[in-house]
Design a protein around this ligand. Structure first.
Ligand code: ADP
Ligand code: MG
Length: 243
């Protein structure tokens, strides 16, 4: 069980994340919905400490990280345990698809080259990219680049994967293949938190859904209830935009 408690973050005087709690169970998939500027990305970035929150903790199987106060060793430990997939893929431009996956296995996990190569090839295959292993990001489509990014994250075997609008930068014709790749990633059983505007996808894949506005959880529940019979007017108003 992963328990996130009271995450808070202000930029100057502006309160952006206002005390978010969230539990993610074994194999759980939590989707986060909310308008632009509601603090979704900042919340995710606080969880793996790309931002330093003002308050908040994450407990992973009984090991609690006090997010504002991590020494170098604990920060490294947290980042090993939490993977992230970004809107803009964040691949290394000067490395091929397979080298992007090998990097963390060799440098962070310090695996032997042959073992790392086996793992990287396995995840490229899972993402349907075996024939693109030697390509540089610039010669891959956006959908292919995002699938490399997902393979790279899975290869590190994190205990939680954060997805920040993983299909928002894609042309509509490449959205489906990346959603399919995320379904495959979900099949690996690693808990995931997904910020997305793909409502049909969120409804189908999620075990739990949060609607966030103004840095606060306005409403949460199982997808059937949250999408089918939302209780809060703000949730209804937001979902109306996606009908
Ligand atoms: P969302 O992902 O829901 O669109 P964000 O978390 O990106 O929202 O941003 C929430 C608010 O925090 C926005 O008003 C944004 O301008 C502000 N913000 C985000 N990052 C920074 C930053 N590094 N410095 C100042 N303000 C920021
Ligand atoms: Mg965002």
């Amino acid at each position: 069980m992963i328990s996130i408690r009271d995450v808070r973050k202000s930029f100057k005087a502006k309160l952006v994340v206002d005390g978010i709690d969230l539990d993610v169970g074994q194999g759980g998939i939590v989707s986060i919905l909310g308008p632009s500027g509601s603090g979704k990305s900042t919340f995710l970035r606080c969880l793996n400490r790309l931002e330093t929150p003002d308050a908040g903790s994450i407990d992973m199987g009984g090991d609690r990280y006090d997010l504002p106060r991590l020494d170098r060793r604990r920060l490294q430990s947290l980042r090993m345990r939490i993977g992230m997939v970004f809107q803009n893929y964040n691949l290394f431009r000067h490395r091929t698809a397979i080298e992007n996956i090998l990097e963390g296995l060799l440098v962070v996990k310090r695996l032997k080259r042959a073992e790392a190569q086996d793992i990287a090839e396995g995840y490229l295959a899972l993402m349907g990219l075996s024939d693109q292993a030697a390509q540089y990001p610039s010669s891959l489509s956006g959908g292919q680049q995002q699938r490399v990014a997902i393979a790279r994250t899975l290869a590190m075997q994190p205990e939680l994967i954060l997805f920040d609008e993983p299909t928002s930068a894609l042309d509509p014709e490449h959205t489906g293949e990346v959603l399919e790749a995320i379904r495959k990633a979900a099949g690996q059983g690693i808990p995931m938190i997904i910020v997305t505007h793909e409502m049909g996808f969120a409804r189908e894949i999620s075990s739990h859904v949060l609607f966030i506005d103004g840095g606060k959880v306005i409403e949460q529940g199982d997808p059937k209830t949250l999408f089918g019979a939302p209780e809060q007017q703000r949730t209804r108003d937001f979902l109306k935009n996606y009908l």
